[in-house]
Design a protein around this ligand. Structure first.
Ligand code: SF4
Length: 235
């Protein structure tokens, strides 16, 4: 294992990391959605369904929901068989409860118009108060449905940043990493940049920086990575 010391995230390092991934992988065009008529509400639903579930299962559940009626908060609340409709997206009873809570909240705040009238901190805080919505899901909803500049400090980001030497805590603290990255990000970064860097991090973690045996020889950021915690090839 490498014993290289950890290093702070800097604006120059973060910008270089982002540009290298963007050059290597190209535009990611997130968030994936099926419903061109109402993509933001589909993203809101998908953000709940994707908790601890592979995206292909979320797509199947959303397709079933769409076949059952328009994808709106009012329609979802009217489905008596909502848990069955989303059965393919993992723990369906728990997720149905979360969807109901989120739909009720969405209606109460006045939909996307009401969300857009809130400050980013107020919006994310209000979302975290909804049953089953944690900081990551709240930030995903704020970023992808309300264009708010939030860094998504998910497990993929922690894995890569730990290896780069940019996260040195023994415990992965979502809010701490999110705040550190946003404090170092260039002032010019908009929601579109946070959208893109999150998508690129997910792509990189899945394609190259695997949990086990990352393909470092193919990595576009290898020259600035300390490979902390990565087993080096023998010989
Ligand atoms: S060099 Fe290896 S450990 Fe570092 S980011 Fe690239 S794939 Fe991950």
């Amino acid at each position: 294992m490498s014993r290289a010391p950890a290093a702070a995230i800097t604006e120059a390092g973060l910008t270089d990391f982002y540009e290298r991934l963007a050059d290597y992988y190209g535009p990611q065009c997130w968030w994936p959605h099926l419903d061109e008529a109402n993509p933001r509400f589909e993203i809101l639903v998908g953000a709940v369904l994707t908790q601890h579930t592979a995206w292909r299962n979320v797509e199947r559940a959303i397709a079933v929901l769409q076949a059952a009626g328009p994808l709106t908060a009012e329609t979802l609340l009217a489905h008596e068989d909502l848990p069955e409709l989303i059965r393919q997206a993992g723990p369906h009873r728990v997720k149905a409860q979360r969807l109901v809570a989120l739909c009720e909240w969405f209606i109460n705040v006045g939909g996307f118009a009401g969300m857009s009238a809130m400050t980013t901190d107020a919006l994310c805080s209000a979302l975290r108060d909804v049953r089953g919505i944690g900081p990551e899901t709240a930030d995903v909803i704020a970023l992808y449905t309300a264009d708010r500049p939030r860094f998504i400090a998910d497990a993929y980001a922690f894995r890569i940043f730990e290896r780069l030497g940019w996260w040195q805590g023994k415990t992965r603290r979502y809010e701490t990493l999110r705040r550190q990255v946003e404090a170092c990000a260039p002032e010019a970064w908009q929601a579109a940049d946070y959208d893109e860097i999150h998508a690129l991090i997910v792509r990189h973690a899945i394609a190259i920086c695997h949990k086990h045996r990352p393909a470092c020889s193919e990595c576009p950021v290898s020259s600035c990575c300390r490979r902390i915690g990565v087993a080096l090839p023998s010989g």
